[in-house]
Design a protein around this ligand. Structure first.
Ligand SMILES: Nc1ncnc2c1ncn2[C@@H]1O[C@H](COP(=O)(O)OP(=O)(O)OP(=O)(O)O)[C@@H](O)[C@H]1O
Ligand SMILES: [Mg+2]
Length: 227
């Protein structure tokens, strides 16, 4: 089914929040069979209130050679709730994932899955502006490629410099910003498909690890056109 990548150009944009919210909303759909959340940034277990996974994760699958079969992916899943299964990051740094073929295999394997897959890719560039090749491939290769960004010029500048062109923007908004939806669309040349206001109930849910269980209403409302 559909693959959706959520990524950012600057840390702390709200990517993990948006990815978990979309996975919850997609996974709750009747007949969906739940959704698969693939964490390539490492914060999903905490935000979902889970203990840090100790076993191998998707980074080990990506660095393994062809002797690890594609369907081994399924055995790495952690059931979070009836709505969401999680493929956690594991312990291998994404910088060590060199094989573009293996990244492509991951995309192909997940495209065959009857469930929708939502990737939390985190930042696809380093602070120094260097591209994280495997993450950029996943960001570009998903059916929907969502840049999560604040309406902040520094974030937009980095997004503009990124070689990945998103299919849509999820704009995390706050009072008093000079840049609004129109300016962001003009600067990046990509449509804003959802505006997510900063809301203290969202921050509290992340801190308490309850985002997957009790999603704040406002967050769900603001993402309904993106999900
Ligand atoms: N809509 C929101 N309202 C209020 N707080 C938010 C919202 N979205 C995110 N936050 C807060 O901002 C912080 C960063 O959010 P999040 O972890 O989702 O960003 P990120 O882009 O995944 O960061 P990283 O680059 O570290 O992976 C979190 O502490 C979270 O509580
Ligand atoms: Mg994150």
């Amino acid at each position: 089914m559909a693959t959706i990548s959520c990524w950012s150009a600057k840390g702390g944009s709200g990517t993990t929040v948006v990815a978990i919210a979309l996975a919850t909303m997609r996974g709750r759909e009747p007949e969906s069979g739940g959704s698969l959340l693939v964490d390539l940034a490492g914060d999903c277990p905490s935000a979902l209130g889970l203990p840090e996974p100790s076993g191998p994760g998707v980074s080990e699958w990506l660095t393994a050679g062809g002797e690890v079969p594609p369907d081994a992916l399924r055995r790495l899943e952690i059931e979070v709730s009836p709505d969401i299964s999680l493929l956690s990051l594991g312990r291998t740094a994404m910088e060590g994932v060199a094989s573009p073929d293996r990244v492509q295999q991951l995309l192909e394997q997940l495209a065959l899955d009857p469930r929708d897959t939502i990737f939390d890719l985190g930042r696809v560039t380093t602070g120094a502006g260097l591209i994280m090749e495997p993450l950029a491939r996943l960001a570009a290769g998903a059916d929907q490629s969502l840049l999560v960004t604040r309406a902040c010029f520094l974030s937009l500048r980095r997004a503009l410099a990124s070689p990945v062109r998103p299919t849509g923007i999820v704009l995390v908004t706050e009072e008093g910003r000079a840049l609004g939806r129109r300016e962001v669309e003009d600067i990046l040349g990509v449509p804003v498909i959802a505006e997510v206001p900063l809301d203290s109930s969202v921050a509290r849910a992340v801190d308490a690890g309850t985002l997957g269980m009790r999603m704040p209403r406002g967050l769900e409302r603001s993402l309904r056109h993106a999900a």
